[in-house]
Design a protein around this ligand. Structure first.
Ligand SMILES: Nc1ncnc2c1ncn2[C@@H]1O[C@H](COP(=O)(O)OP(=O)(O)OP(=O)(O)O)[C@@H](O)[C@H]1O
Ligand SMILES: [Mg+2]
Length: 128
């Protein structure tokens, strides 16, 4: 098989992440002559990266979030009374793994939805 045929075969096998970087990886291999296993590992990683980012994008769309809030760019001065440690604890998503629910209670307009969205966004990346 030549390069084009290999690329086509990869697509038939639904390995378009590998197909996309194949020619670059081949050139890389011709220049640097890395061990075969290194080139193969890189190609497999390309496929995984591609799948992870596509799945993450699908999960984000399905989440219904209209923005990508994170606790990192959170303005804690907005409401100094927010329990910061508890927010970061939720942000670890441990409760999701435990099948537990998280209840965010507080007075109106104190940032509950803001925190909930950041936690939800944290849960969108695909873990492959
Ligand atoms: N840390 C923050 N930094 C900047 N703006 C914030 C922050 N937290 C909340 N806000 C803003 O303040 C407003 C109220 O926040 P939010 O909607 O999260 O409060 P809430 O507790 O969910 O309110 P409600 O009880 O009405 O549902 C929103 O416009 C939100 O964008
Ligand atoms: Mg709210």
């Amino acid at each position: 098989m030549n390069l084009i045929e290999i690329e086509r075969t990869l697509r038939q096998l639904r390995l378009s992440g590998m197909a996309d970087t194949l020619s670059t990886r081949v050139m890389e291999a011709q220049v640097g002559q890395p061990p075969f296993l290194e080139t193969l590992a890189n190609l497999l990683q390309d496929e995984l990266d591609r799948r992870r980012s596509r799945l993450t994008e699908r999960r984000y769309k399905r989440s219904g979030l209209d923005e990508r809030p994170t606790l990192a760019d959170f303005d804690w001065r907005f409401n100094p009374k927010l329990p910061r440690a508890a927010c970061f604890e939720l942000h670890t998503l441990k409760f999701v793994g435990e099948g537990a629910n998280a209840l965010i209670i507080g007075k109106p307009g104190t940032g509950k939805s803001h925190v909930a969205k950041a936690v939800a966004y944290q849960a969108t990346p695909a873990r492959l």
